[in-house]
Write a new protein. Sequence first.
Length: 485
Amino acid sequence: MTHPAQPEASHFINGEYVEDTAGTPIPVIYAATGAQIATVYAATPAIVELALSTAKEAQKAWAKMTGTERGRILRRAADIMRERNHDLSVLETYDTGKPLQETLVADATSGADALEYFGGLAASLTGEHIPLGEDWVYTKREALGLCVGIGAWNYPTQIACWKGAPALACGNSMVFKPSETTPLCALKVAEILIEAGAPAGVFNVVQGMGEVGGALVTDPRVDKVSLTGSVPTGKKVYAAAAEGMKHVTMELGGKSPLIIFDDADIDNAVGGAINGNFYSSGQVCSNGTRVFVQKGIKEKFLARLAERTGNAILGDPMDEATSFGPMVTENQMNIVLGYVEKGKEEGARLICGGNRADMDGYFIEPTVFADVTDDMTIAREEIFGPVMSVLDFETEEEVVARANDTEFGLSAGVFTKDFTRAHRVIGNLEAGSCFINSYNDAPVEAPFGGVKASGVGRENSKEAIKHFSQVKSVYVRMGDVEAAF
Ligand code: NDP
């Protein structure tokens, strides 16, 4: 009997499921048990060609529809996603291993928010009129054309929607390649868009590893590439896109600072540190994994943090009581355990966790290190797992300089009751998505993205429109043309 997670076929192109078993088989493993729950096949060159040619053709008619018509389809898709939230969340849990307690509120719901928000904006994408005496210029906001979306494995439904919704709202078509680790959820997004009335071919999904992504990025028909992934992949994809002078959005990794001053409300700060390190078992790009705590409250903070971390419930992700799931793969678990060992070897003080959990699946205990120094590997490299590093600091000036001393610049947070200081510190931090007395909120209305090596461009909010459209300027002369000869 097939598992309920097994999709009808591997790819979704031109409004229907498409299979080509000549592609490399990709096993889909449920991280909570290690069992294989589905198989998809990587796209062959024929599948890549079908997806790109279909999307290129479908885009023309899609862009000619009115924004109101396009928006209506996206908003209908949002409604369908919300109606099916439970089933979509179960699938997201199979795909990623994240607990249902999370997926019920953070994945299809976030995808639906993006579809609703950009659906609402679609009709208001206009240009401007620029008077020049008798003459004038008018501008038009036009689609870029064919966009490629490439996703990471931590939020497969959300990433497909965060890229697909603004792309489609602006009149683009998309070929989306999910991570090979989590290939299932984006297929449902494609299915739902068709059900909501999207013309066949405007949103397509193909499976595969980096080489399929590479084939998509380098194809001359592609006008834009939006990647969510690691910095090394981002550098490769950005360079390949530059070769074809394509537009890019790069949502990459981070090693973000979370700064807690000694006047902060301890429980809120601990809550922020937990949300910024242990949600999705730490597999979140914007996580505040360098937690700088002012010396005066250090031990009190650590004691409360250890106590609350002890309340995490590890277990069957399908049980809604479970609040902490496994790593997405065995490989990712081993990478993270390697960092935990490095932390121990380099002299950080283990406060809690630090081991693989004694149960089936790829679980690692939520882990906190204290007395971490800036030069330690766990304070410099993105771990992408449940490993929090707590560092001490004394002054504001010192902590800002240390917080900025990294190649990354995705997020940053500050906890303090002194609002003047909060705004000053945030103003001095080199990061794109910041938080005051909070951490990791990502509403669709707010721009999201990084500076420095963490990326280029912004997702969500009205900012995303700028990255999925371009301005055409038209000069209109009312009188005669003067020429030198
Ligand atoms: P990877 O960079 O390994 O992969 C990202 C995607 O790129 C995958 O679909 C991958 O395919 C594909 N890919 C790999 N090589 C190429 C290539 N040469 N050309 C085109 N595509 C390629 O990231 P992970 O999936 O491991 O995700 C974790 C990373 O993503 C972390 O660094 C995290 O911080 C970042 N991330 C950033 C977010 C943001 O918004 N800033 C949000 C979420 C995660 P394959 O299927 O083979 O892996």
